[in-house]
Structures are given as C-alpha cells and as structure tokens.
Design a protein around this ligand. Structure first.
Ligand SMILES: *Cc1c(COP(=O)(O)O)cnc(C)c1O
Length: 422
C-alpha cells in the first residue's frame, strides 16, 4: 500500500516558517479515527477500555485528546503518573504496569488509586509495605516457553523479564485474596509490533483459559482481562495493516467459547501504544548536506536523538521527499543525522527520488516510540512536537529544547556560560 501523509509540501513549508525543522507533527484527526475504530472493534464487550501506553508518546495534549475519546492511560513510571494526573486521568482510568518498581512509584500510584498491574510475586510484600494492597489488582502472566501462533514463533516469553510464572499466579493470587483483594485482572504481553491478525485472539484465548483455571482453583473473581500492547502497524509500504475489526471479532469468538454459560464475564482492556498513535506522527527534517564517498549520504537536521528506532533496532521508517511523491525512485541514498555514531541513519540503501539540499523529508510513523525514546547524545537537543488540529490549524504542543534545558542539571555549578541564555 502506498504510504501517504495528511499534509503536502506547501502546508509543511508554511508550518516551517513558524516552527523550524526538525519537529514531530501529529495528526489529531488520524488519532481520533484510529482510537474510535479500536473501540468499535471491542464494543461487544461492556466495560471495554483502551489504556493508552503513555510511554509511546507522553504528551499531555495528545493524552487529553485520548481522554476525550474515553481512553485511560497505561503508566509505568512516576513521571508518567504525573502526566496522567495533570490531565485529570486518575483512579481506575490508570493502569500502572511497571516492573522493577521503585517504592515511591507504588506509593504514588496508590495515592491516585490507580489499578496496579503487579509484575512479580515478590512485589506483593513490597506493595503491602509501600502503598498497601488495594481491593482490585491485576497480575502479569508470563507463560514461559515460546509464544507461537500456529507454527510461527512470535516471541520468547521464557527469556523475558516480565510477569509471574503460571505456578506463581496461583500462589500469588491466593495470597492477595488473603490480603483482602476482591477483584483480579490478568495481563500478558507476549509479542511486539505484531501485525498478525491472530496475535490478540491467540493471546486472549491463553488468558481466558488461565482466568477460568484460576477462578476454579481459588474461587476468585476475575473482573478483567488486559490484552496489553503489541498490535503492530505497517511501517513498510508492503506490510499488511492490522484488521482491527477482525481482531476484535476473533477475540469476541474466543470470549464466547471460554465464558458462555459461566459466571465469568470479564471486561476487556487493551494497552495499545503503537497501534493507536504510531501512524499519526511524522518527523519532518530538512536536508543540509549531500556527501558522496563510497556511498551517497544525505545529511539532515534530525538525528537519532529525535528518532532512535532505526539506530537501535534497524527499524524501517518510510521516507517521503516532499513535493517528489510521484517522482521515480531512481537514486540510492543513506539518510543520516549528525551524531558521531555510525548507526545514526534513518535509512540505508534506500531508493528515493533525486534529493537536493534544502529538500524536506518526512519520516513516517513516528507517533509511537519516536520522540519519547529520544536522548541527548552529542548534546543534541530534542525537537518540538506539533499538532495538526482537526480544523487544519497547527499548534505547538511541546517546544524544542534549548541548550539551557540541556545544561539545567549543572545549574548548581553556577558556570556563567552554561547557565545563561544562548
Ligand atoms: C510498551 C507497553 C505497551 C505498549 O506497547 P505497544 O507496542 O506500543 O502497543 C503496553 N503495555 C505495556 C506494559 C508496555 O510496556
């Protein structure tokens, strides 16, 4: 499928007059459309809720939009809880899915009355000491072994750091029941960026069967099943788009098969980050240099500090040269940033139209795990984030970092050059 953008070159040029590149820009209409399609696919389940994974794009303006759409937030750190509280998302609209959790994070999550999703059996005593055991709690399940859909290996849970073993679930939930828990949730996250339409249904079946077993063993109420994240998006033009309606229907089938005629009618929760916001973000960058040595390098004003996925995992992000959407892709380029780090390439051996200095590149699908993974290596600063509003206007939803931000943690040294404005 051809990768498209919700803006053309003229629109982006107008935006650049006000907000210089690089920046990430998010499409409000696209965000609302995606989350509504997701909710429709699960509307058969009363009490269904999407807890957006804040780490995917921790911006309070986007979180506010998702709140308007009826989403909760999946948080895993103190700062993510702060963001959620700041936009008025608290109590059972927060799923706190943390691991290796600091005491003060649990204490804060309990003050907000968030739903705690425990990662480990040893965290029961830790939580009892730091915040206390709530009435409702979720446990994260790690089934071990390999996670397969049919014969295809989709993940390696036995190697993952997350979750309770099956035996620990029985032991842990028994203990939690004794400590006063009256309602349980069950969660698992077994595969990432998975565009196989059977990922969620396969995971759901596993969780539904396990929930029934635990209900029968321990006489506990399983109030919800949390399918977590992992539903993928088509980063490459040839990748298939997840058919979310099909996914919802198949989870429904598995639900009926597991629970029809039983007194278990759990709510379904999801914690999708990438699926909801990945495709609605774009990193916009300007070409500064072309360097021809043994390869043809295009040097642009964004770098891996703005989008780490290609450098970190060799991830593919589609690149469009604005204004040359229909030109033949008859040149071979590496698109690089300016870090002193050879991995700093948004694209390697990519066929693109002929690029000129000053061309504007749109790097697609940066709306999840894009800006948020950014870092400051080489003293590179994080970019602004912009929102293309539904009415066509553009607003800044995070300003670009300045050197003053970067040096803020040296303020106690009172070094005049570093602590003054640029
Ligand atoms: C990262 C994460 C998610 C979201 O993952 P996506 O791949 O963006 O869907 C959901 N739940 C937990 C616990 C996570 O750590």
């Amino acid at each position: 499928m051809k990768k498209t953008l919700p803006y053309d070159k003229a629109k982006i040029e107008a935006i650049i007059k006000e907000y210089p590149t690089p920046f990430h820009i998010y499409d409000e209409h696209g965000l609302r459309t995606r989350v509504r399609a997701l909710q429709k696919a699960f509307s058969w389940n009363k009490g269904y809720k999407e807890y957006y994974a804040v780490k995917a794009c921790p911006n309070p303006v986007l979180m506010q939009i998702l709140k308007e759409e009826g989403c909760g937030m999946d948080c895993s750190s103190y700062a993510e809880l702060m963001l959620s509280e700041a936009v008025g998302i608290v109590a059972d609209n927060i799923m706190f899915s943390s691991n290796a959790t600091p005491a003060k994070d649990f204490e804060y999550a309990r003050r907000l009355d968030a739903i705690i999703n425990l990662d480990d059996i040893s965290h029961i005593d830790f939580l009892a000491k730091h915040g206390g055991i709530p009435k409702t709690i979720c446990c994260r399940f790690n089934p071990g072994g390999e996670f397969k859909i049919g014969t295809q290996i989709m993940g390696n849970p036995a190697d993952a750091k997350y979750g309770f073993t099956r035996a620990q679930l029985t032991e842990g939930m028994k203990k939690l029941k004794e400590l006063g828990v009256t309602e349980f949730g069950l969660h698992s996250f077994l595969s990432s960026n998975n565009t196989d339409n059977m990922y969620y249904p396969t995971l759901a079946k596993l969780l539904f069967e396990t929930a029934k077993e635990l209900h029968n063993e321990l006489g506990i109420k399983i109030g919800f099943i949390n399918l977590s994240g992992g539903v993928g998006i088509p980063y490459r033009p040839e990748d298939a788009e997840t058919d979310i309606q099909f996914v919802g229907d198949k989870v429904h089938e598995a639900y009926e098969a597991a629970f029809a005629g039983t007194d278990l009618q759990p709510r379904i929760f999801t914690e999708l980050g990438r699926y909801v916001s990945g495709p609605v973000g774009t990193l916009v960058t300007t070409v500064l240099h072309e360097k021809k040595t043994y390869k043809d390098f295009i040097g642009c004003d964004a770098c891996a500090a703005n989008l780490m996925r290609p450098a970190m995992y060799g991830a593919y992000h589609h690149v469009t040269v604005l204004g040359k959407e229909d030109a033949p892709c008859d040149h071979l380029y590496d698109i690089t940033g300016s870090l002193c780090e050879s991995n700093d390439r948004f694209a390697i051996d990519r066929k693109l139209p002929k690029i000129e200095i000053g061309d504007i590149l749109a790097i697609h699908d940066t709306g999840a795990h894009g800006f948020s993974m950014g870092y400051n290596y080489n003293g590179k600063l994080k970019s602004a984030e912009l929102l293309l509003c539904e009415d066509g206007s553009v607003k800044m939803i995070r300003r670009a970092e300045t050197t003053k931000d970067y040096f803020a943690t040296f303020d106690f040294l009172h070094l005049p050059r570093l602590n003054d404005e640029e």
